[in-house]
Every structure is written in structure tokens, then in C-alpha cells.
Design a binder for this molecule. Structure first.
Ligand SMILES: *Cc1c(COP(=O)(O)O)cnc(C)c1O
Length: 387
């Protein structure tokens, strides 16, 4: 465990667990089991098996030659999470947590989802492992994301539209937590990003760290040295923390998280407790989490993982913003130059790399974590470009 992890899920002042007592008991059981299995050789062998045979790891670290030449500075490499089964990094965590759930004797998985991407990853992994799967989704979100609801149902999941509150992600989280507390003896709550009360941010980082474990080995093989910078987009922060993890203790590697200008949690947030943990958060005038809007649904979250909050506070990582317009440009550029259509989320990281690389020298190397593929976004981009 890295030195960043202070006792019981604190990263400096951030993280922790601020939940009712009955939920805390359930989280303690989860923590105990995670600690027991994360270094278990049989567990890890099974995890590696599914990452290889089902997810398709390891995925390549592709040299983006045309983009590099167009930018005229640092060499740009792309870590290809877009090539995973289901087309993004979320499946790494879904598989890891389901294997843990199985070890804990759970037969039923629950999750909550906003845009539907985590719900789809969870439903996918549940289908493969033969787990009963229930996905909570705000009623409003089920209407906006009807196709993802259908996808989850195709995969055998039960999607529960949550009508309480405003029928959004927050209300779906509450419904999922209530289910978890009531049914924890056979049910596992599969959380999708590096957020939430301890031990979730630590669990999600653990299962996403495979990204930087691979990229570090790959860049040393290809270039014989570490990158100058690693760039990743940050919504809740799971692909970014996974892309950073194995470089955190390499002080010469710059770690850069990219947020949408429209949801600048780390750039403009203040320390506050939301959804059971402390992090930098955007608050409105009533001290409630601020509603955010990004063209990339996966980046649309008013908080951020506690470890990112800490990496920002200590200065170990830098956090920057790019606008939706810049992300849209990058989406088109990468498609044209490399034949790779990136997810709109990942396009934020690409957009920042396009700003940074020309300022660096040809000796420098930049790794961009391509968190997902953009097929899911093509229709939305089509509509946006028409306007
Ligand atoms: C969900 C998602 C994100 C944002 O989530 P993080 O937890 O911040 O990684 C980024 N990219 C893609 C492709 C996603 O599906």
C-alpha cells in the first residue's frame, strides 16, 4: 500500500466514512474481506485470468505517430482502455469487485448508475458470472438514457427507476444504499468510481491500478524511460487514479488530471462531505452539491475521489480544465489523425495533451489514458456539430 494511504481510508484530511451505524457495520465487513483477498494468490490468479480472457488485457500502449507529428513536441502514447471488452476502463473494476463478492458469498449484485455506463459494465460482468443484478437509476436518467436501460436489460439486469427526490443519480445512490443495508448478507454493492466512503476508493484504485502497472512496463520496454507526464480525465477519478497509481512515487513523472470546465471540482471545489466521504466539492449557495453539466456524461459529478483531493492539496498531481468545445475538437482530431474515435470523457485528456505536447521537447513522452471509445458518443456529436 502506498504511503498516501493514512489510517482507515484517509488521504490527508480527505476520505473517511461518514455514514449511519448500520451501514458502517456492512462497510467494515467489506473492508475486512478486501484486505483478506487482495493479496491472496488464488484470488489474483482468477482476476488475471478474467482480465486476460474476458476483458482482453493487456491492452496496447499505442504510439500516436500522426498526432505527435502534427503537434511537433513530446511523443504522445495512448493507453488503450478503449480496446477493453465493453469499450472502457470500468469493466476492470466491475470484474474485480464481483470476484470479491463471490468470495464473500454474495449471489446478488446491486449498483447505481447515472448515465448508464457503470450499470452496463456491472450488468455485463454479472451476466458472465451468473449473478443476479439490480441497477438503480434515477427515473429522470432512465428516460434520458433509454438505450442504456435496454442494454442492461438485454444483459439480464433488472433496472429499477427511482422516483424519490429528483429522480437523479443521488436518489439512485440512496436507494442502492438502503437495499445494501437491508440485504448485505447475500448482496454486494458494486461501486463504479474512486468515490464513496472507505473502503470503496481504495478498492476501486486497487482494481484500476492495472492500467499504470501495464503502461509503466510498456513504456520502459518501448522507450527505456519513464514518461514526462501522464494525463487522464477525471469524473469521479477512477481511470485517473488507475493511470497514476504506479507513478505516484516517481516524483519526476507529472500527473495531470483533466476536468471539464463545466464541472471543475478540483480546480474550484472546497472541502466538504458528500455521499459519505470528504473531498473537494462544488457547493451551491445552500451548501448542497452543485448540479453540474458536461458534454461527457461520465465527467458529470460534483465531487471527486478523496485521493485526488489529497494529490491536489499536496501538489503531487496537477488538475486542469478544458472546455467542452476543446474536447469536441480533440474528439475530431484524434479520429482523423489516428483512426481512433475517443469517448467524449477521454477527449478531455486528449485536448489537454494537444495543448501540452507542443510546449515540451521531442525527448519528452506523454501518456494519455484513453479511458474509452467514442462509438457511444457519435450520435451526440453528430447533433452538436449540426448546430
Ligand atoms: C465513466 C467514465 C469516465 C469517468 O469516470 P472516472 O471514474 O473518472 O474514470 C471516463 N471515461 C469513460 C470512458 C467513462 O466511461
Amino acid at each position: 500500500m502506498s504511503q498516501q494511504t493514512v489510517e482507515k481510508g484517509y488521504f490527508g484530511q480527505f476520505g473517511g466514512s461518514f455514514v449511519p451505524e448500520d451501514l458502517q457495520k456492512v462497510l467494515d465487513i467489506l473492508e475486512e474481506n478486501f484486505e483478506k483477498f487482495k493479496n491472496d494468490p488464488e484470488f489474483n490468479e482468477e482476476l488475471r485470468y478474467y482480465l486476460r480472457e474476458y476483458v482482453g488485457r493487456e491492452n496496447p500502449l499505442t504510439y500516436a505517430k500522426n498526432l505527435t507529428e502534427a503537434l511537433g513536441g513530446a511523443k504522445v502514447y495512448l493507453k488503450r482502455e478503449d480496446l477493453n471488452h465493453t469499450g472502457a476502463h470500468k469493466i476492470n473494476n466491475a470484474i474485480g469487485q464481483i470476484l470479491l463478492a463471490k468470495r464473500m458469498g454474495a449471489t446478488r449484485i446491486i449498483a447505481e448508475t447515472g448515465a448508464g455506463q457503470h450499470g452496463v459494465a456491472t450488468a455485463t460482468a454479472c451476466a458472465m458470472f451468473g449473478m443476479d443484478c439490480t441497477i438503480y437509476m434515477g427515473k429522470h436518467d432512465t428516460e434520458r438514457q433509454a438505450l442504456n436501460v435496454f442494454r442492461m436489460e438485454l444483459l439480464g439486469a433488472k433496472v429499477v427507476p427511482v422516483e424519490q427526490g429528483q429522480g437523479r443519480l443521488k436518489d439512485a445512490v440512496n436507494a442502492a444504499l438502503a437495499d445494501y443495508v437491508e440485504n448485505y448478507q447475500n448482496t454486494f454493492y458494486l461501486l463504479g468510481s474512486a468515490v464513496g466512503p472507505h473502503p470503496y476508493p481504495t478498492i476501486v484504485k486497487h482494481f484500476q491500478s492495472v492500467i499504470s502497472e501495464e503502461s509503466k512496463k510498456q513504456i520502459l520496454e518501448k522507450e527505456g524511460k519513464l514518461p514526462t507526464a501522464v494525463i487522464a480525465c477525471a469524473g469521479g477519478g477512477s481511470n485517473a487514479i488507475g493511470a497514476f497509481a504506479h507513478y505516484i512515487e516517481e516524483p519526476n513523472v507529472r500527473l495531470i488530471g483533466v476536468e471539464p470546465e463545466e464541472a471543475p471540482t478540483l480546480t474550484k471545489g472546497v472541502p466538504a462531505i458528500i455521499h459519505g466521504f470528504k473531498c473537494l466539492t462544488l457547493l451551491d449557495e445552500n451548501n448542497e452539491p452543485m448540479p453540474t453539466y458536461s458534454i461527457a456524461a461520465g465527467l458529470d459529478y460534483p465531487g471527486i475521489g478523496p485521493e485526488h483531493s489529497y494529490l491536489k492539496e499536496t501538489g503531487r498531481a496537477e488538475y486542469v480544465t478544458v472546455s467542452g468545445k476543446e474536447a469536441l475538437e480533440a474528439f475530431q482530431q484524434l479520429s482523423k489523425l489516428e483512426g481512433i474515435i475517443p469517448a467524449l470523457e477521454s477527449s478531455h485528456a486528449v485536448a489537454y495533451a494537444m495543448k501540452l505536447a507542443p510546449q515540451l521537447s521531442k525527448e519528452d513522452i506523454v501518456i494519455v489514458n484513453l479511458s474509452g471509445r467514442g462509438d457511444k458518443d457519435v450520435e451526440q456529436v453528430f447533433e452538436m456539430l449540426k448546430k
